[in-house]
Design a protein around this ligand. Structure first.
Ligand code: 6PG
Length: 254
């Protein structure tokens, strides 16, 4: 596990834009395309805006970059709560990847379970060569330890045979909407997973997740164990409760 603590959310976004561009270049050189999963929520939006601006906009080959989404709220893409809508405004409308490279989960579909099945088939076809091994998965984390739309106690956490699941609005889901989410079976084969977390409100859950203490084992985010690298990206505020043993990682990038 890699851990980087950045001075503040803006520095975290700047550092990650460089790292995403590097991962894109490596994937495209090695395999001809870059399969990238974007996290929902608000934390990564500054990163997306930076990727849509120079120098990174021009350095990433968006024609060979395939964009996926960790999860989607069951609303229309132009709804204020749509993850796709927020990511489109921050990034996609500006870098304009080919339409075929944007693998949207249709939150507006009237039957979320049916859309989850459709998208799962689409994923399997995209990775026809074998398992769905994304090159880079960006994930956020909630104060209850959820990630994507995998909430504590959710049956989607145990769905070993499924890559995509519809999940009812969990008691702690904010916003309380039905959602469609990638499962651990879709996330864990990834070559790299980067968690992004900022702000003191999540300091307790982050300290438990990183040090594996308390109820960390119950947290869905603790179940993310990629085949490749797991890299935590924090700002100093959210890292404030990290045990002293991680002190040497503070405000440093490896
Ligand atoms: C969602 C996200 C969710 C998010 C966390 C953190 O659809 O809400 O996929 O998993 O990443 O809830 O959200 P913030 O970044 O807004 O704190």
């Amino acid at each position: 596990m890699l851990l980087s603590v950045h001075p503040d959310p803006s520095a975290l976004a700047a550092d990650l834009a460089k790292l995403v561009a590097e991962r894109a270049g490596e994937a495209i050189t090695a395999r001809g395309r870059f399969n990238l999963v974007l996290a929902g929520g608000s934390t990564p939006l500054e990163l997306y805006r930076r990727l849509a601006a120079e120098p990174w906009r021009g350095r990433i080959d968006w024609q060979r970059t395939h964009i996926f989404f960790s999860d989607e709220r069951c609303v229309a893409p132009d709804h204020a709560l749509s993850n796709y809508g927020a990511i489109h405004r921050a990034l996609l409308a500006r870098v304009k990847p080919p339409k075929a490279n944007i693998h949207r989960i249709r939150g507006e579909w009237p039957d979320p379970a049916e859309e989850a099945m459709r998208f799962e088939k689409h994923l399997r076809a995209h990775f026809a060569s074998g398992e769905a091994a994304f090159d880079l998965v960006l994930l956020g984390v909630g104060a209850d330890g959820h990630t994507a739309s995998l909430f504590p106690g959710s049956e989607a956490l145990e769905a070993t045979g499924r890559l995509v699941m519809a999940v009812p609005p969990g008691p702690r889901a904010d916003p309380p909407l039905e959602r469609i989410t990638l499962t651990l079976a879709a996330i864990n084969p990834a070559r790299m997973v980067m968690f992004l977390a900022t702000g003191s409100a999540k300091a307790e859950v982050i300290a438990r997740l990183i040090s594996g203490t308390g109820e960390a084992a119950e947290y869905p985010a603790a179940r993310v164990r990629p085949a490749g690298e797991l890299w935590w990206h924090l700002d100093t505020a959210v890292a404030e409760k990290l045990p002293a043993l991680y002190a040497d990682r503070l405000s440093s990038m490896p």
